[in-house]
Design a protein around this ligand. Structure first.
Ligand code: CA
Length: 247
């Protein structure tokens, strides 16, 4: 929930058996933000019940578009929900341990490998465009009054939906982090890296990240999902899938 918000507009979907993790961060008045993020992860849940053997990137892109359309339809049907939207970041680790990410908005996917934390997704925000153009430094972007202004989100008709698709080979012990901006608004990437290195067990690491964001003020909802890639012969965690441990 964070420390300042009365509602949780974030939603998370964890389906370890399928290799699916998704994070959505909703926006909109009344309960609309909660509804938008919930619709998004429900569509991901439905559409990933049967994943294709090939073409995961195209399939996830269609999944994001289906969620976008579902949110628009729900908003058309209920005036109270007009203008609701959400971010959506999906990670799929296939049975060969290849990772595919589909992304819209300013939630993020990171990968920790050999002690180095890399942000894989690009924020679709006004400040990120300014950083890309050399008009703001990353530090200025973080504290900027417009830091939360998205240039793209599901459910928003005014801008064209631009789905980022990323495909990565993985290595044993790679750790993927998906999070809403409530985690990254106050914590620097190096804070995240140190906490992930300090807590090797994913459930403990996720808890430590959320606690740190709350200790830094917790102005927003905070959502964290972690996936560790296991190597040959490594034990899965209790009740987990086939070499794709989540926390
Ligand atoms: Ca947020």
């Amino acid at each position: 929930m964070g420390r300042a918000r009365a509602r949780n507009e974030d939603a998370i979907l964890q389906r370890p058996g399928r290799g699916i993790l998704a994070v959505a961060d909703g926006m909109g008045g009344h309960a609309a933000g909660d509804i938008a993020s919930r619709i998004a992860v429900d569509i991901v849940d439905d559409r990933t019940a049967h994943l294709p053997e090939a073409g995961a990137g195209a399939y996830l892109r269609d999944t994001v578009r289906a969620a976008h359309d579902a949110i628009l339809r729900a908003a058309e049907a209920d005036p109270e929900l007009r203008g609701m939207g959400t971010t959506l970041t999906i990670l799929y680790v296939d049975p060969e341990h290849r990772a595919t990410i589909a992304h819209v908005g300013d939630s993020r996917a990171y990968r920790l490998r050999d002690g180095t934390l890399e942000q894989l997704t690009t924020d679709q925000t006004w400040v990120q465009e300014q950083v890309n153009a050399g008009l703001l430094s990353p530090e200025q972007a973080r504290g900027h009054p417009f830091s939360a202004m998205l240039t793209c989100a599901l459910g928003i008709e005014e801008t064209e939906l631009e789905v980022q698709i990323l495909e990565h080979e993985t290595e044993p012990d790679d750790l993927f982090l998906l999070c809403s901006d409530g985690l990254t608004a106050r914590l620097h990437d190096d804070d995240l890296r140190l906490l992930l290195l300090e807590h090797s067990e994913p459930h403990h690491a996720a808890r430590a990240l959320v606690d740190a964001a709350n200790e830094a003020g917790g102005p927003d909802n905070i959502t964290v999902g972690l996936v560790r890639i296991l190597g040959e012969g490594q034990e899965d965690g209790p009740g987990q899938g086939d070499g794709r441990e989540q926390g």
